[in-house]
Design a protein around this ligand. Sequence first.
Ligand SMILES: Cc1ncc(COP(=O)(O)O)c(C=O)c1O
Length: 418
Amino acid sequence: MSPEISSAASFIPSSCLHTIFRAAQESERRTGAEVVKLHVGDPYFHPAGNVADAFVDAVRRGDTKYTGPDGLPELREAVVEKLRTDNCVDTVVDRVLVTPGSCEGLAALFQTLTEPGAEILLPELHWPVHLQQSLLAGLRPVLYPLGPGFRPEVERIAAAASPRTKVLLINSPANPTGVVLDPGEITALLDLARARGWHVVSDEAYEHFCYEREHLSVASLERDVPVEERIVHSVFSFSKSFAMTGYRLGYVALANDRAADVMRVVQEANIIGTNTPVQHAGVAALASRSDAAATNRKLVQRNRDVALPPLVKAGLLNELPAGGWYAMLDVARTGLDAETFALRLLERKGVAVVAGNGFAMRPQLDDQGHIRAHDYAPWARHLVRVAFCVDPGWLETGVRKILEFVDECGDDGHHSAE
Ligand SMILES: Cc1ncc(COP(=O)(O)O)c(C=O)c1O
């Protein structure tokens, strides 16, 4: 018998993102028919040619040694310049760490900021990875209720906080809701965090996908604050802006030198360093960033504007998402809960979407911060998430099949809700 495993990880359920991922793969294996994949945030477009060239060139010339836990100096310099000119964020190379994907950057940042008993405030409808990462880092997630349209409200966040609150997570544009915060909302959240002595983690993976207003980086509001008093740690990704999902590249701009020094140690232990040829590809991506990001935003925005209106017309979607790559549909009128809806849609129509209740998991924790039980917020029972960054033809087919399926379920769906 091998020894028992009872780590924090051993109590965390696999996320809804992976459940449907596996189900779609299994369906393709079983039927041989390609699934219309609206469940993953993976784009149909590709990185600019100079990105692949930079990667291959680095491999060919043997630039494949370790670069250290904070990353390639040229890349960090390019990041500082990008943050200054595009995001109005004031930083220096020593406070920028390159990471293998922003996902790892977030995980390392949570490890950097955690302490025994500390709590992190997450929205009740959140990206499941933020919740998993908090638990793994030993930060106790506290889920605060959102206001109308899934928008965060300062009063509700203040009411959910406790003397143990240490971190407030902000994710704008948001996965899964598509909400883009306006300057007033961001200022109010930052003021609250500052007044209460919290850190802010700003996940800006979708910074280039705002369709109705300019993206605002939370840290730009701290430009005039002395560095040692800054509280905003910003996390960015190459995956979405430059279609580099499989390259695995991101970066974190730490608020101050102390945080950067601590995270450097975390990275010494976690990664040693980020893939070196990929970092050269990152330098190339930043060199051609304006064109690439603008083109990619237009492609996703066109998908949104062309393919999603029928879902609004059918009453499954309140309004077009203001940002990001996802739309949250409400399929209550089918009578099916989200998981049944997602599985039957896959079975009957060959379309994969994610059951939205998985974005609203409510864990109950024991004294050690381990999950003892969990349920899902009842109001999320009929939500399903659709990714609209995929091939336009696929997206149109997927939306058409979703509408057909909803019609077949009938308006109260009892005959199919068994
Ligand atoms: C909100 C959010 N943050 C971060 C990431 C991680 O992206 P990556 O690790 O590919 O940089 C994702 C990926 O889907 C995301 O949706």
